[in-house]
Ligand binder design. Structure first.
Ligand code: ARG
Length: 598
């Protein structure tokens, strides 16, 4: 539902427009930033406009006097109940409860919860955004290191789509490179001894280990492996077939994990490193022709002066090895060109751990110089920190091995199941299975997504599965509590009254209701913040605050109690409905499912 009305639901936008107009009326130049934001304390109003101070400084005039003029010209009739001038020139805006209720009632009617969609609403341009995430290396099984890229990337993708951008997912899988020679050679021997590929590759980790042991110790094997890579790259049919078998099974492993994780990646989103193979020599030739790359000790190298060290040494970026082989870096240059030319990206976002930050900085500089990445295409590497164990060291198994993602997720579901059973011993097996799956996976995802993206974080089962604090179980519980209200017979009755009363049902009486209204009307701003900096943790915070406000509202404001008038019942039920819808939608963007009972 995106009629004209829905265009007017963003409070910050509405106030910005009004304050801007007042600033112009007070003599300030058109386009002066009104700097409208939420107040951080209720006695400073609900929103503040702080733009006068900056403007006064520029004009070298008295801010307080200027603010007085702006306030005099500021027309918020029907919107604000009070406008105050504070300090050197802050404008504090107290919103009118009736107006807030009207806004909220519009949100309640809107299937998109008042969030405008680009491409649908005229004033917002839809972007084509290429998002590169997950990207496991197929030689090995997916491990915890790929968890973050997968779920952070997927949350950002869903937020972008919710806002109406056109997203092209790119799963840049590591399916190429020298290790594949070793893997093919080993697979070839296994299949010769009558083993089928599915069995041989049922445990990829193990398979890789075996191949590596042979590579390091067995006479002649390493040479065979090297020869197989060359054969593979020159299109040898036998090697290509083995490689394909390996890749298919390995992709199936990843897909199992995506399904478990409720992640939206499909097979058609895979654009692995191998897909760029044919373009790599062209990339290098072009860099040479444009004199961006040069020969150095047999290799082809770009010396990046823009990234020189303190003593003036340029940063070294190898695009072709002395033996002729291409690198991860070459592939990323080719990917830049493909994404801006063929996919027509306006924006490219890549999620990997922070250790690759230097690599992507180099890629961007070189790709821009070479014209692979036009200036109007934004290129954003979004690094993230590491997952740590309770000991504060990188997350490992007790014996120091890497933790497989599949096993971690199974454990999450198992732990959730114990927890749910404890809370609800009567629960049926089918319900238990469904709920523990949603709670267990949700807990792992929320724990990760709610952290500041760039910092390392400690993986802790107990905190993530707690029903208190900012966790998935807490939010899922809040949601199911609201659902349980709706299942009461009194609620059914009241809903009949709703139908009789028509549309405008939510009234704001208590402070808890006002706080909820303000929060609910901020959804678009939160989504925009998530999208611009690729920070799903902001949405996590928002949902946690919303659920907490709901809990306080529930304590303070009886909904179905005897003696509560029909109007109030209906209003509070309608408010509950918007809260439930927002929680559900918000969690859906994070890829976390809710349930009616838990
Ligand atoms: N496969 C890589 C890794 O596991 C991540 C690839 C990220 N994307 C890219 N365009 N390089 O580290």
């Amino acid at each position: 539902n995106n009629d004209k009305e829905s265009i007017k639901m963003n409070i910050k936008d509405i106030l910005s427009e009004k304050v801007s107009a007042a600033m112009v009326a007070a003599g300030l130049p058109e386009g002066t930033n009104p700097a409208v934001s939420l107040s951080n304390r209720p006695n400073f109003g609900d929103y503040q406009a702080n733009g006068v101070m900056g403007a006064a400084k520029k004009l070298k005039t008295n801010p307080r006097e200027l603010a007085t003029k702006v306030v005099a010209a500021l027309n918020l009739d029907g919107i604000a109940s009070k406008i105050e001038l504070a300090g050197p020139g802050f404008i504090n805006i107290h919103l009118d409860e009736k107006w807030l209720a009207t806004q909220l009632n519009m949100v309640a009617q809107d299937t998109h919860l008042g969030v405008r969609q680009r491409g649908v609403n005229v004033d917002d341009k839809q972007q084509t955004v290429v998002v590169d995430y997950s990207a496991p290396n197929l030689a090995k099984e997916m491990h915890v290191g790929h968890l973050r890229s997968t779920i952070i990337g997927d949350a950002v993708v869903r937020a972008l789509e919710f806002r109406g951008d056109k997203v092209i997912r790119q799963n840049h899988m590591g399916d190429w490179g020298t290790q594949f020679g070793m893997l093919i050679a080993h697979l070839s021997d296994k299949l010769a001894s009558e083993e089928v590929a599915e069995t041989a590759l049922s445990d990829l980790e193990n398979f890789y280990r075996e191949a590596k042991v042979r590579f390091d110790n067995e006479e002649g094997f390493a040479d065979r492996a090297r020869a197989d890579v060359v054969k593979l790259q020159s299109g040898d049919a036998h090697c290509a077939k083995l490689w394909q078998q390996f890749i298919d099974i390995s992709i199936a492993h990843s897909e199992e994990i995506y399904a478990k994780l409720n992640v939206s990646l499909q097979r058609s989103d895979i654009m692995g490193e191998s897909a760029y193979n044919d373009d790599l020599s062209r990339v290098v030739d072009e860099l040479m022709a444009k004199e961006i790359a040069e020969e150095s000790q047999g290799a082809k190298v770009v010396f990046i002066d823009e990234m020189a060290s303190k003593d003036g040494e340029p940063s070294v970026f190898i695009v072709q090895k002395s033996g002729g082989g291409f690198l991860y870096a070459t592939t990323d240059l080719s990917a830049c060109r493909y994404r801006s030319d063929k996919l027509a990206a306006d924006r490219i976002i890549i999620f990997t751990d922070a250790r690759q930050a230097l690599h992507f900085k180099q890629v961007e500089i070189v790709a821009r110089k070479a014209g692979f990445l036009p200036e109007n295409v934004s290129y954003q590497h979004c690094p993230f920190g590491m997952m740590m164990g309770d000991d504060g060291k990188p997350f490992k198994t007790r014996t120091g091995g890497t933790i497989k993602l599949a096993e971690l997720l199974d454990e999450a579901v198992l732990r959730a199941s114990d927890l749910i059973k404890e809370k609800n011993p009567e629960i049926s097996d089918a319900d238990l299975a469904e709920i523990s799956n949603k709670v267990g996976i949700g807990a792992v995802k929320f724990a990760d997504l709610s952290k500041n993206r760039t910092s390392d974080y400690i993986f802790n089962w107990k905190t993530m599965l707690s029903f208190e604090g900012a966790t998935a179980p807490y939010l899922q519980y809040a949601y199911s509590r609201i659902q349980s209200i709706f299942s009461k017979p009194e609620a059914k009755e009241a809903q009949i009254v709703t139908a009789l009363l028509g549309n405008t049902v939510i009234n704001i009486i208590e402070p808890q209701e006002k706080a909820l209204a303000l929060k609910l009307l901020q959804l678009e701003d939160v989504i925009d913040a998530v999208i611009s900096e690729c920070t799903p943790n902001l949405l996590c915070n928002y949902l946690y605050e919303l659920a907490s406000l709901y809990m306080s509202f529930y304590e303070a404001c009886p909904i179905l109690k005897e003696g509560i008038s029909d109007e109030v019942k209906v209003s509070r039920l309608a408010l509950c409905q918007v809260i439930a819808n927002t929680l559900k939608q918000g969690l859906d963007i994070l890829g976390i499912e809710v349930m009616d009972r838990m």
